[in-house]
Write a protein that binds this ligand. Structure first.
Ligand SMILES: *Cc1c(COP(=O)(O)O)cnc(C)c1O
Length: 423
């Protein structure tokens, strides 16, 4: 009997009809729907191919040109290329492209720069911070002393005087800026001044706005941050994974060892290849235009919803994502997200600052223009999307309304086809 089944090296997903059907379903969902989830985007076919390549077969540990395993010639070249492009893209001296995810990038930095029990000052999740910044349910929350800062009740934006007062009182070793649901721009130089005053490292987690930074349409974390972490698959529009950037050579070993062997093992070379492809695309002039369009489109969506009488947290967006306060419609984020999904619009429910409701049924929705802009939607489409959302929020249980919006969604999606050559 053959040791390999027929078609092992030649037949693709067709060899597994059950799995193929589910993947085809996901492709169709992406093609036919409107994607407003801020942590998602639509990658190029080049990124798809790089991430689905034979690099998945290669195991390497350590850094390029210093691997534990042999046969690393091309893996070295690919990772070195990703590093070179990342440093060029973000104008910094060093990059580590190995983190499997944004959370791993953060955990590796903490392990490299901190001692067990050190204090971290980070934004609380209720105000838009990310769980990997010290949520009690995570290892980070257990291993470090987390002091959260929030936003001001009046402006729903970070109050730098409050951050400074907390820093002076708690003497953190690390201050983290950047969140998952913070819609406005951030004062990196103000944070650095506070970090310097108390002798802390400043880490900027730009997971959500990395693409905007690369394109120059959002404040740049350098030279203010000691370390910058990111994901590569949100506004950066690339392969899944994480990234760490820094300038001080004295931090190099600490960060590298914090990631490997600190928090993860061998490199996902296929993901690194995908990152190299994405950084290459982000260096092209079109990427600037894409991110400028993300901001313009997000503002058009926010303004449309405001004109419909829905409140946008903090009054707008600088970061391409926005939080919608559903109070005026008397429904919670869970019901709203389900109704929108039934109408073909993917969003996520989200806490808003000082939310009176629990995370399972929060008062808000988080929306972003990342993915819609990638498929070619412009201001006109985002105004129309705002009006569709308003219709659903006014009648979330009305089947006729949901069906009518779904028809509009399908029609709009059909005008902007994606991945027409199949998965
Ligand atoms: C999305 C996100 C992460 C985590 O990324 P994973 O890849 O899911 O681990 C980390 N930090 C911030 C601010 C994020 O928005």
């Amino acid at each position: 009997m053959s040791t390999l089944h027929a078609g092992y090296f030649s037949t693709g997903l067709d060899a597994d009809p059950e799995l193929a059907a589910a993947i085809a379903g996901e492709l169709k969902r992406q093609q036919d729907g409107i994607e407003l989830i801020a942590s998602e985007n639509l990658v190029s076919r080049c990124v798809l191919e790089a991430q689905g390549s034979v690099l998945t077969n290669k195991t390497v540990e350590g850094l390029p040109y210093g691997r534990y395993y042999g046969g690393a010639e091309f893996a070295d070249a690919i990772e070195a290329l990703a590093v070179k492009r990342a440093t060029e893209l973000f104008g910094c001296a060093f990059a580590n492209v190995q983190p499997h995810s944004g959370s791993n990038a953060n955990a590796g930095v903490y392990l490299g720069l901190l001692k067990l029990g050190d204090c971290i000052l980070s934004m609380n999740t209720a105000a838009g911070g990310h769980i990997s910044h010290g949520h009690p349910a995570t290892l980070t929350g257990r291993d470090y002393r987390i002091v959260p800062y929030g936003v001001s009740r009046e402006t729903e934006q970070i109050d730098m005087a409050e951050v400074r007062a907390l820093a002076l009182k708690e003497r953190p070793r690390l201050i983290i800026v950047g969140g998952s649901a913070y819609p406005r721009s951030l004062d990196f130089s103000g944070f650095r001044a506070i970090a310097d005053e108390v002798g802390a490292f400043l880490m900027v987690d730009m997971a959500h706005f990395a693409g905007l930074v690369a394109a120059g349409v959002y404040p740049h974390p350098f030279p203010h941050a000691h370390v910058v972490t990111s994901t590569t698959y949100k506004s950066l529009r690339g392969a899944r994974g994480g990234l760490v950037l820094w300038n001080d050579p004295a931090l190099t070993d600490r960060i590298s060892y914090g990631i490997f062997p600190g928090v993860q093992g061998s490199v996902m070379m296929h993901a690194v290849a995908g990152k190299a492809a994405c950084f290459g695309e982000a260096l092209k002039p079109e990427f600037k235009a894409y991110n400028a369009a993300v901001i313009a489109n997000a503002r058009a969506l926010a303004e449309t919803l405001q004109q419909c009488g829905v409140r946008i947290v903090s009054g707008g967006t600088d970061s391409g994502l926005m939080l919608v306060d559903l109070a005026a419609r008397g429904i919670d984020g869970s019901l709203a997200a389900k109704a929108l999904e039934a109408a073909g619009i993917a969003v996520n429910k989200n806490l808003i600052p000082f939310d009176p409701n629990p995370p399972e049924a929060p008062s808000g929705l988080r929306l972003s223009a990342n993915a819609g802009t990638a498929r070619g939607f412009g201001v006109e489409e985002f105004v129309a999307i705002g009006q569709m959302i308003d219709r659903v929020l006014r009648a979330p249980k009305d089947e006729a309304v949901l069906a009518s919006v779904l028809a509009s969604v399908r029609a709009m999606a059909a005008r902007f086809p994606i991945y027409t050559k199949g998965p």
